[in-house]
Structures are given as structure tokens and as C-alpha cells.
Ligand binder design. Structure first.
Ligand SMILES: Cc1ncc(COP(=O)(O)O)c(C=O)c1O
Length: 391
């Protein structure tokens, strides 16, 4: 068994990476410890780098088509990891999940149509809807003591009011819920009842904490699966977001035809890039052992932060953490305004966390912490938090 070293500190500065080289304008500072955008400070696994090198041994990088291995690797991963049986013809390519969501909004809604999201939620959900002149409808998550729940009564009322699409985040970024089979089934059945297409963004589906299990929404509700479109990718799991390779899974033939009209015939987007395909195959065929060790490390990081805050900074509340490497932290108990908290984090603690308000107004006084980094980086972050917030 190979032992992977997630403690390795890798200097990512000056590699044009968003996390280190792209925060300066956003935070108006250039001396921050960046724990914001959702990629990992860990090395992309060697078996992925090796697959890329191998592809480079052939000296021609011309046009390509998806290979049988590409489809097979995705199908087998879904079966092995999630117990979900899909077919090759259901798999469509997208050069990223956010572009994929934008295609789906374009293909299946009209300007002026309503699209439901569940705030506080991943902010590009708003952009792909509103920037295409569709209307966001907010089905707010309910904040309970240490976790969030869905408000089904409100969801039904909003569906009854005529939404064309719902974008579900399963598991949920930023609140860290791994939705249960029952919750997913209820959402799927309500969407079907009101003829609202359900788009399930499952990009974080492989990043699940001990004691929880990811359930693809389409698997939770097989009777309504043809009304569900699922977005998956190896990008978060294996730290290859820079390779722009994701899959959109559509079981219904008519929906697929419509997607192809818009994305293939209209936009001429079919396959992406050769390296993304090579990496995707390597991840989905060789990734299990590495992922097991990654999840152990992430879980220990999460427990470390929870314990540290409980002992040293109990005013900062954490939530039950079920999935993703993004922790949702509640700073509201300090009695400071959102702007004051932001200023303390950036100007005094010198930390770049995601500002909770970008996920919706409900995210004010909350911040999102990316724990996909070596423990030493997190220790430094906790130290900086203590220096500023302990008193
Ligand atoms: C829920 C969710 N969807 C999509 C993405 C990004 O997808 P992509 O980079 O493939 O466009 C993220 C990244 O954080 C995310 O959290």
C-alpha cells in the first residue's frame, strides 16, 4: 500500500493559481493566508500526473473523441462508490460544473422563468440563473442548532407557484450537509409533482465524512429519475479543477436530445481537452486508495478545527460536518456586524476565508473555511484567529 503524504507543504504562489495568486484584488490585501476557493493545497495524485505524462509521449495533440475507457471509468466509479448504475449514453461532457449548470439553464428554461435554489448556497448558482435573465426563487434552508434542514412546506409553495427548474446542492456547499435518502426523495417527488426539472449538483459526492453516505438524488428517487439531471466531476475529489472536465448525467432521452441541440449543435462543445480525459480516466480507475487516505486526513482536519474552536474560541460555532472540505463557521455570537467581522479577518487575522454573504444574505456573519490543506497551515490559521478573536 502506498502511503500518501498530505502534510507536505507545497508553495503554490506564482503558479497563476486562483487561491494564492488571485485573492489580492478581492480582499484588497497581499499578505493573507488563503483558505478560500475550493481546491486543495495537496499534490494532485501521482497516478494522475503519470497519466498526463504518458499522453504526452504521443507527439500529436489533435482533435479527439471520448474513448470507451472514459465512459467505462465513469460508469464503474458510480457503481463502485455510489451503487448507482448508469449507462454510457447518459453521460454528456461539460468543461466544468458551473458551465454545465449554465448550459442546463439555457437548454431547459426561458428568460423570465423561475429557478429554485436553497440558500445559503454556492454563489455561482445565482449567477448562471440571473445572468441569463431567469429569476431566482429562494427556498431558504432552516438553521437548527448544529445543522441545516430543508423547508419542505416552503419548497412546495414555491413549486406550486410555477418554478421551471430547481438546482439542488447534494452534498451541500457551504453548510456541509450530506442529504439523507428521505430528504432527497421528498425533493425529487415534489419537483416531479409540479413538473419542475431537478438539477442535482453532486460535485462534492466523493468527499463524505465517516458515518455518512452520499446518495445520488436519482438513486434516492428511481421513480422520478428521468426528471433529474446529475452533475458530477473528478475535479474536487482529485484536485484537477484546472483541467476543466466534468460529466452531466441525463437518463431521459428527450432531455438529452435537447441538451445536445444546445450544447453540441449550438455551442459546439463536445469533448473538452485531451488531458482532462486522460486525468479523468486515471482518477476514476486508480483513485480509491488515495481517496481513502485523503478522506481520513480531511476528517482529522475537521475534527482538529472543531476541537480547537470549542476549546479556545467557543464564540465561533461550527456545524455538524457531514461532507465537503469546506467548513461553515458562525461568527454571529461576537455581536459585531458582518463588515466588522470581515475587516477583523482580513486586516487583523490576515486570513482569506470566503465571505458568507456571497452565499446569500443568510450567510452574513458566517465565513467558509477550506480545510483541504496541510495540518500545519490550519494550525497557523487557528493561531491567527485566536490572536484576534480570543478577547
Ligand atoms: C457545488 C459546486 N458546484 C460547482 C463547483 C465548481 O465547479 P466547476 O469548477 O467544475 O465549474 C463548486 C466549486 O466549489 C461547487 O462547490
Amino acid at each position: 500500500m502506498t502511503h500518501y503524504n498530505f502534510d507536505e507543504i507545497i508553495d503554490r504562489r506564482h503558479t497563476d493559481c486562483v487561491k494564492y495568486d488571485g485573492y489580492q484584488e478581492i480582499y484588497d490585501a497581499d499578505d493573507l493566508l488563503p483558505l478560500w476557493v475550493a481546491d486543495m493545497d495537496f499534490r494532485t495524485p501521482d497516478f494522475v500526473l503519470e497519466a498526463l505524462r504518458k499522453r504526452l509521449e504521443h507527439p500529436v495533440l489533435g482533435y479527439f473523441v471520448h474513448s470507451a475507457d472514459y465512459y467505462r471509468s465513469i460508469i464503474q466509479w458510480m457503481q463502485r462508490r455510489h451503487g448507482w448504475h448508469i449507462k454510457a449514453e447518459w453521460i454528456e461532457f461539460a468543461p466544468g460544473i458551473v458551465p454545465g449548470l449554465a448550459f442546463l439553464v439555457q437548454a431547459f428554461t426561458q428568460p423570465g422563468d423561475k429557478v429554485i435554489v436553497q440558500p445559503p448556497v454556492y454563489h455561482p448558482f445565482y449567477y448562471v440563473v440571473e445572468n441569463q435573465q431567469r429569476v431566482i426563487v429562494r427556498n431558504l434552508l432552516l438553521k437548527k442548532d448544529d445543522h441545516y434542514e430543508m423547508d419542505f412546506e416552503d419548497l412546495e409553495a414555491k413549486l406550486a407557484d410555477g418554478a421551471r427548474m430547481m438546482i439542488l446542492c447534494n452534498p451541500h456547499n457551504p453548510v456541509g450537509r450530506c442529504w439523507s435518502r428521505d430528504e432527497l426523495r421528498r425533493v425529487a417527488e415534489l419537483c416531479q409533482k409540479y413538473q419542475c426539472l431537478l438539477v442535482s449538483d453532486e460535485i462534492h459526492s466523493d468527499l463524505i465524512m465517516p458515518g455518512y453516505k452520499h446518495i445520488p438524488t436519482a438513486l434516492a428517487s428511481p421513480e422520478t429519475a428521468d426528471n433529474i439531471i446529475t452533475c458530477m466531476a473528478p475535479s474536487k475529489t482529485f484536485n484537477i479543477a484546472g483541467l476543466s472536465t466534468s460529466e452531466i448525467i441525463i437518463s431521459d432521452r428527450k432531455l438529452r436530445r435537447r441538451f445536445e441541440q444546445v450544447v453540441h449543435d449550438g455551442l459546439h462543445i463536445y469533448v473538452g481537452n485531451i488531458f482532462g480525459e486522460a486525468a479523468s480516466i486515471a482518477c476514476y480507475t486508480q483513485g480509491d486508495e488515495w481517496l481513502g487516505q485523503l478522506l481520513d486526513y480531511l476528517y482529522e482536519n475537521i475534527v482538529y478545527v472543531q476541537d480547537y474552536l470549542r476549546e479556545n474560541l467557543p464564540q465561533i460555532k461550527t456545524f455538524r460536518h457531514e461532507a465537503t472540505y469546506l467548513m461553515w463557521l458562525d461568527f454571529s455570537h461576537f455581536g459585531l456586524t458582518h463588515e466588522e467581522l470581515s475587516e477583523c479577518l482580513v486586516k487583523k487575522a490576515k486570513l482569506a476565508l470566503n465571505d458568507g454573504a456571497i452565499f446569500g444574505d443568510e450567510g452574513k456573519c458566517h465565513f467558509r473555511l477550506n480545510v483541504a490543506c496541510p495540518r500545519a497551515t490550519l494550525e497557523e490559521a487557528m493561531h491567527r484567529l485566536s490572536q484576534v478573536f480570543a478577547n
